[in-house]
Design a binder for this molecule. Sequence first.
Ligand SMILES: O=C1O[C@H](COP(=O)(O)O)[C@@H](O)[C@H](O)[C@H]1O
Length: 259
Amino acid sequence: MAETVPATVPAKRKVEVLGSEEELAAALAKYVADLSDKFVREKGLFTVVLSGGYLIDLLRKLAEPPYVESVEWSKWHVFWLDERVVPKTHPDSNYKLACDGLLSKVPIVPENVYAINDTLSAEGAADDYEACLRYLVETGVLAPSAASKFPKFDLMLLGMGPDGHVASLFPGHPLLEEKERWVTFIKDSPKPPPQRITFTFPVINSSEYIALVVAGTGEVDAVHNALGNSGDAKKLPAQMVTPEGELTWFLDKDAASKL
Ligand SMILES: O=C1O[C@H](COP(=O)(O)O)[C@@H](O)[C@H](O)[C@H]1O
């Protein structure tokens, strides 16, 4: 059963704690499918941003009944929050992870899947991905946020690392302060592989909905630091996720065990 933590959380931030990883996966699939229905009904398409890591396994129930049949997959436009600068066939590729774990199992339109150009350098791939997003704003697939002018995605699905990183935005790194670029690159990622591209916080925080998803015991301290009263004044990247729209943390009971 989901339990909503009331405590001191601001109005547009919810924290859902699920009894097990299996329940979390079920709740997440329903959340994504419901948002897909809403946006397809309202505007005829759904723009979804995926992360890499454990998140993809937690989306597994979308590829099962009832969602595999009921979701309007042909209306989905799929993007990556961050990507490792490796060939798309490489085990480190977030694209490969998502294809193997979800995209190859549902009838998504290949032209609506926006992978990075894996033949370019990190700088080149970031420029190229930003140019792709700008083109999609011009052609009306993406809308700009009225408030920030950065592109506004319908839903971003984020994981969090044990150090509190989200996307490829790591604690203490200067990229946390990027204010102009939509997509940027990192060549010294503390987590391998070192070369990556990543959405910036202005784009992340222009989103309509964000789910920040954490399961298991590996991130217990980061969850406590981000959401609990840890007394640690240093802001984690996960705490910088403050969207214009609604943020929901999805945790299983292990991840929430120190809250
Ligand atoms: O390197 C990355 O790590 C984060 C967190 O991954 P997780 O396995 O700890 O859930 C992920 O969100 C990001 O996309 C990925 O590139």
